[in-house]
Design a binder for this molecule. Structure first.
Ligand SMILES: [Zn+2]
Length: 85
């Protein structure tokens, strides 16, 4: 698709603005400066989140559903024994 320069200008500005907003909501001006090193044009490309295992959260980090069910069943059985049911 042929797009003119105004399209790319807008998209670039939009991307920069979005990331600035996210960062300022997290940690204010200082945060933006740390990420951009004083040049907010950097936000035109790249992502601003950390994907290391300490920061990210993935469904596969959770125990499997079957394991959760087994743990719940075990707890239930324990409770029944305790209450003499
Ligand atoms: Zn991280």
């Amino acid at each position: 698709m042929n797009r003119d320069r105004s399209y790319y200008r807008k998209q670039r500005k939009r991307a920069i603005h979005r990331k600035e907003g996210i960062l300022s909501r997290i940690g204010g001006e200082a945060y933006i400066f740390t990420w951009a090193h004083g040049a907010t044009g950097r936000f035109a490309k790249g992502k601003i989140h950390c994907s290391c295992w300490m920061c990210r959260r993935k469904s596969y980090d959770d125990p499997q559903l079957r394991d959760k069910r087994m743990a719940m069943d075990a707890a239930e059985q324990l409770r029944e024994i305790e209450w003499g049911l």
